[in-house]
Design a protein around this ligand. Structure first.
Ligand code: NAD
Length: 289
């Protein structure tokens, strides 16, 4: 029987635990974990994400400070704000919501965040730490959540064949590196891969983050494979708009040993992992010599 991986319930438990830990850190060390959320411009989707991150932070017993800058903000102005936040000892995590307006270079901004406050894990130093197998950096939240869900059904991943479909810097690439650290044999596939389906069929684990509704068909899934669907795609149906993943869920389900639904799978884990990184950043300021 196929096991449905309930990311929503997992994330709820994790957020509950993080709240206990945050309150304890505050009570024992006097440190109130604080996340600064920076948004530039008025992209509606970004606004939704930012508000839910702020709400989740506060529900988890942490503090959030939000900075909403106008769409015409210059790169220098944004870097100035980030420098101020870097220097503020009461701020432990800094998150700049993407995408940024065209006059601002994304990489310059991400690399302007102090690596020890980079709770999204997008700074090149944290990406580099992950790439060389060090465990002392911040790991991007979405792949971190995917790994937690994987391990909830299969605690030891060593020796398994894993295929990652899509290799963006925020999901696929760090996902592949995490799986490799767990001892998987990892194949990274992308738009220019000749036969993604053939790669997928060999895999014990499929993680897909391509942003293509229904990309992974039923016959791509080896019997018993674990399927983690990161995709968030809005599709129009006769009954209105729906959110679907990158997996043709009804087809894949009978083949998979375990599978994440969309919504209710990976999505809720991303914010929970952001909170975990923020708590970690706050803790690190206590244990530092
Ligand atoms: P992206 O557009 O930056 O990268 C997509 C990757 O998929 C690229 O490497 C591209 O080469 C590859 N790709 C595209 N079509 C392909 C195909 N037909 N076959 C093989 N590879 C293909 O996307 P992203 O930012 O990594 O996001 C991917 C998806 O995950 C989107 O649907 C996004 O909304 C979703 N997402 C979800 C969460 C979450 O919290 N659940 C977080 C981030 C992104």
């Amino acid at each position: 029987p196929t096991r449905l991986i309930d990311g929503k319930a997992f994330a709820q438990r994790l957020r509950h635990d993080l709240r206990e830990q945050a309150l304890a850190l505050h009570a024992q060390a006097g440190v109130l974990p604080t996340l600064a959320v920076v948004m530039v411009g008025d992209d509606p989707a970004s606004g939704v994400y930012v508000r839910s991150k702020i709400r989740a932070t506060e529900q988890a017993g942490m503090r959030s400070v939000s900075h909403h800058l106008p769409g015409h903000t210059s790169e220098a102005e944004l870097l100035g704000l980030i420098a101020t936040l870097n220097a503020n000892p009461l701020v432990h995590g800094i998150l700049v919501q993407l995408p940024l307006p065209p006059q601002i270079r994304r990489d310059a901004v991400l690399d302007g965040i102090a690596p020890e406050k980079d709770v999204d894990g997008f700074h090149v130093v944290n990406a580099g730490r992950l790439a060389v197998g060090r465990r002392d950096g911040f790991i991007p939240c979405t792949p971190m959540g995917c790994l937690m869900l994987l391990k909830s059904v299969r605690p030891v991943l060593a020796g398994l064949q894993a295929v990652v479909i899509g290799c963006s810097n925020i999901v696929g690439r760090p996902m592949a590196r995490l799986l490799q650290q767990e001892g998987c044999t990892v194949t990274m596939t992308h738009l220019r891969t000749r036969d993604v389906a053939a790669e997928a069929r060999r895999a014990d684990i499929i993680v897909v983050a391509a942003g293509r509704a229904g990309l992974v068909r039923g016959d791509w899934v080896k019997p018993g494979a674990i399927v983690i669907d990161v995709g968030i795609n809005r599709v129009e149906t006769p009954d209105g708009a729906r959110i679907v993943g990158d997996v043709a869920f009804d087809e894949a389900c009978p083949h998979a040993g375990a599978i994440t639904p969309v919504p209710g799978g990976v999505g809720p884990m991303t914010i929970a992992c952001l909170l975990q990184n923020t708590l970690q950043a706050a803790r690190n300021t206590v244990s530092a010599p």
